[in-house]
Design a protein around this ligand. Sequence first.
Ligand code: NAI
Length: 469
Amino acid sequence: LDLSLPHKVADLSQADFGGKEMQLSEREMPGLMECIRKYGSQKPLQGLKVMGSLHMTIQTAMLIKTLHALGADIRWASCNIFSTQDHAAAAVVEQGLAKVFAWKGETLEDYWWCTEMALTWPDGSGPDLIVDDGGDATLLIHKGVEAENDPSILEQKTDNKEFQCVLDRLALRLKEDPRHWHKVAAGMKGVSEETTTGVHRLYQLEKEGKLLFPAINVNDSVTKSKFDNLYGCRESLADGIKRATDIMVAGKVVVICGYGDVGKGCAQSMRGFGARVLVTEIDPICALQAAMEGYEVTTVEDALPLGDIYVTCTGNYHVITGAHMEGMKDEAIVCNIGHFDNEIDMNYLENTPGVSRLNIKPQVDKWTLKSGRSILILAEGRLVNLGCATGHASFVMSNSFTNQTLAQIKLAKENLEKKVYTLPKELDEEVARLHLGRLGAKLTKLTPEQADYIGVQVEGPYKAEMYRY
Ligand code: NAI
């Protein structure tokens, strides 16, 4: 690592454009603007080093601006090789908000280099706090500690290109300082995690007793997963598919794999365009929900003769296999909106003799299969809304990122244990409240008698913990 490097972005001349788009997003991000107004003078993050591993978009630039206003010293990387908006990265650097290491179209080697650069301050120290999305920054620290305890794990052979990059980085680091990641982990006040997949990883670490620092699960704030995952994807899925292919969605058969928060938004979106939507699920509750919304619930195998567009939204592994792709209609479109690219078996396409790739444009490839038919793969199987479009709109991200900001303040202020926490319901309700005004919504106020009758306080919280929204 060259720690004298102040930042690495694609093109600083785009900073002005990025700055203008940041300014335009202010009205749409009332939660973040209120955080700046409320906490800007108290500076609860003063003197703290914050590292971010989260899609470097305009919306994220506004989160960075907020954390900077709260006093943080920030370094940032993206959490996906295709999701950076280069003008956003340039604006953040130019405005002196953070040191950014991110550009659109990184290689996997670049990606892990950027992650490690963002995790390492010029004096060699690590961050106090991490804003993670998908858990890659957290993973690098945990794997680093594991490798320092048992260097033999670095010898393991893996076909997973991405994991190999992690092992290579750790091997380099181990030579320089055999206790580096131990020191980084020991210095950490905590991480706040943005997404379902990253949160799964955190609960797994906690369960195995391996979690090295406190964590806040931001995803499961109601004002995050029931908004960003649902309404965010309801708009940005179509944006990704349209920008990539210009396909007419109306009348097509769209297969949505997984009917969780993301799947629900994606299914509704495609139906809204006039598609016939089929849903696949493993969970009978979600399958029943889909059926009662009027979607046909079936399996990928049974959908193969019908599907024109496939969207994976499961956070699971190999939901679309090589055999599935071989069985699809000619020029079917296949994309993923879940966090990692292994929902589609990209390995099958890349490593099967007789399967060939024709690049149409960046992030759009036509793969010819052994069947003689072809399919279109978007964003190389990575999240289509961020790879082929610009991710979610500012308004919904303001909800998510207000939760992130409150989580960072909580981690900074409180000495939490090495567990996974969620934010209290009062804060969740507050995040929602901050976003009502922009939409002209009028909230009804409980009378004291009514509050008493339903057993809550006039000022909330209004629901019990088990309420599911
Ligand atoms: P979720 O847990 O609510 O939903 C996933 C659903 O997939 C579950 O209902 C599960 O039963 C189902 N599922 C699992 N394996 C399956 C299989 N083999 N076939 C069919 N269904 C299966 O999770 P959520 O919040 O909907 O997130 C899904 C993924 O999307 C995660 O990886 C998450 O990190 C990511 N995400 C992506 C966003 C984006 O902007 N691209 C935004 C938010 C989340």
